[in-house]
Ligand binder design. Structure first.
Ligand code: VG1
Ligand code: CO
Length: 541
């Protein structure tokens, strides 16, 4: 069969970053831009023809228009069937779970995650393969290479259209389009992982109050169904539960800076017992209790230490993996359990080989992302349910669980400092000079080691270089420097700080206080004031 093709010219900026291609909406609106990228994926993965694809997004501005184009290009490339979330919605973890469940050869997830949405905001698209995980680095490199030489794409004429709000099967050219409930399959998987009876009893007990902030992004309908409907939490437990195209003007990143109002709810009298927030596409989670935000590394460590209490993990863990900038709290738990702990570059795709090979059960990232072998993406609501299940079994307040954990393993104070540097070339220069200074740094007083992180995948042997600069101090501190790969304007230097504190009497300090001297040391090492005129972080989370 032959399909209508359109002549085009390559764009030179379609290299996917940490998680897919992200650009301002205006860039995606340039004629042929979106079509070129999608066709580059089909050209790189010719086996998609004749198979099923999963499609959905975080509901941000331009989601529906992009899905309409994607469906027309998919149909013209011979895709047999597209399974699409109703109204074009699917959280990243829900899409990831649906891909293998429906036997799809892959899926497109339309999201720029935590980046702001709206006509002046960002849009994004990522391609996931048949196991539900993001395309690997070598695969995204191949897509990018293809995008640099593309001369035509296939697309059905404009007249073909699909009603995204109508559940059931429709036809687009030779392709079937099935519109599915975005929540149902996801909720079923969660019911297999966790003890819904115990969690429901806790939420309905009247003595336990939970608040979940969906940040006006995609998790609203998932949280309402799971917490309020299936588990019986009182109505109003879910805040900002309606997905909005511009996230209500907010920045849907669950961290103490972007979710400051929500965090304040927990910092005084009358705090809820448990809180959580999720990001734009539902793959991240921030966990809170009275008076505290659980750091990403601590969350992973506590999950690992308590995994056997949770039905889906009662057999124990094969291993743990954490991204390199994530604090080393999980390493201590792994050592005690006698299981391996792997250190990978930032970006969830680096966990997938380890998960597929059965080497790890839990994974965690430095930006409030956690998940397990149940999926090939990070999974925000899964992590919230893990904690809720834990609280329902241990019947102890969250702060008590944290204090006991620190008493046993020591506390790993952790912070991420973001430095926005409007001139991307200058930011690259800061990193280049830092790298050049490594040999000098290694011999400096108080420095235990300093290197640029290279990752060799233990499963397929692939090597990923320049994944961030690590500097460890002799007193148990660590600083990590890397450039953000998800921003669309200027550059952001991320500096991750951590320090292990075994002394229980000092574990109650605020992380900003405990890490203050490491913070100024990091600025000096990167010569931020001298090279970029920067004296303090843009924000700290
Ligand atoms: C950020 C986070 C990283 C995460 C990535 C994608 O990347 O720091 O941990 O994997 O976003 O997550 P970067 O390169 O800006 O630091 V998501 O929730 O945006 O899909
Ligand atoms: Co996300």
């Amino acid at each position: 069969m032959s399909f209508p093709t359109v002549a085009t010219r390559p764009f030179d900026d379609q290299k996917p970053g940490t998680a897919g291609l992200r650009k301002p909406v205006a860039r995606f609106r340039v004629p042929h831009y979106l079509e070129n990228f999608i066709q580059s994926v089909f050209d790189t993965f010719p086996k998609l023809a004749g198979h099923t694809l999963v499609i959905g997004g975080d509901g941000r501005y331009f989601n529906r228009e992009a899905i309409a184009v994607l469906l027309r290009v998919a149909a013209a490339n011979g895709v047999r069937k597209a399974v699409v979330g109703r109204d074009g919605l699917l959280s990243t973890p829900a899409a990831s779970l649906l891909i293998p469940a429906v036997g799809a050869a892959g899926g497109f997830i339309l999201t720029a995650s935590h980046n702001p949405g709206g006509p002046d905001g960002d849009f994004g698209i990522k391609f996931n393969v048949d196991n539900g995980g993001q395309a690997s680095e070598s695969q995204t490199d191949a897509i990018y290479t293809r995008s640099l030489s593309i001369e035509r794409y296939s697309i059905l004429p404009e007249s073909g259209s699909v009603d995204l709000g109508a559940p059931g099967v429709q036809q687009l050219g030779g392709m079937q389009v099935e519109i599915v409930d975005p929540v149902r399959h996801y909720a079923e998987v969660m019911q297999r992982c966790f003890d819904f009876e115990a969690m429901g009893a806790l939420l309905r007990s009247g003595v336990f109050r939970m608040r979940f902030d969906a940040m006006s992004a995609v998790t609203g309908p998932y949280a309402a169904e799971i917490f309020e409907h299936l588990l019986g939490a009182p109505a109003g437990s879910v805040l900002h539960g309606v997905p909005l195209a511009d996230f209500g003007g907010g920045h849907p990143d669950p961290n103490p800076h972007d979710a400051a109002d929500f965090v304040r709810l927990f910092m005084g009298e009358g705090s809820p017992d448990f809180g959580a927030a999720s990001d734009g596409d539902g793959d991240r989670n921030m966990i809170l209790g009275p008076g505290m935000v659980v750091s990403p590394g601590d969350s992973l460590a506590v999950m690992a230490a308590n995994a056997r209490l949770i039905p889906g993990y009662k057999e124990g863990l094969a291993g743990i993996a954490r991204s390199m900038p994530t604090s080393r709290a999980a390493d201590r738990v792994a050592a005690k359990l006698g299981i391996p702990c792997y250190e990978t570059p930032t970006g969830w795709r680096f966990f997938c080989n380890l998960l597929d090979a059965g080497k790890v059960t839990l994974c965690g990232e430095e930006s409030f992302g956690t998940s397990s072998s149940h999926a090939r993406e990070k999974d925000g609501l899964w992590a919230v349910l893990f904690w809720l299940n834990l609280l329902a079994v241990r019947r102890e307040p969250l702060p008590a669980i944290m204090r006991k954990h620190w008493a046993e393993y020591g506390r790993d104070f952790f912070l991420r400092e973001d430095y926005d540097i409007p001139d991307a070339a200058r930011a690259a220069d800061v990193m280049r000079r830092l790298e050049a200074a490594l040999p000098d740094l290694q011999s400096k007083d108080g420095i235990a080691s300093a290197d640029s992180f290279t990752y060799t995948d233990p499963v397929d042997g692939s090597v990923s270089r320049n994944q961030g600069i690590r500097v460890s101090t002799r007193d148990g501190g660590r600083m990590v420097f890397r450039l953000s790969g998800t921003g669309t304007r200027g550059a952001t230097l991320r500096v991750y700080l951590e320090r292990h504190e075994p002394d229980v009497s000092k574990q109650g300090a605020a992380a900003v206080t405990a890490l203050a001297s490491l913070s100024s040391r990091a600025r000096a090492i990167a010569r931020l004031e001298e090279l970029a005129g920067i004296t303090k972080p843009t924000n700290v989370t």
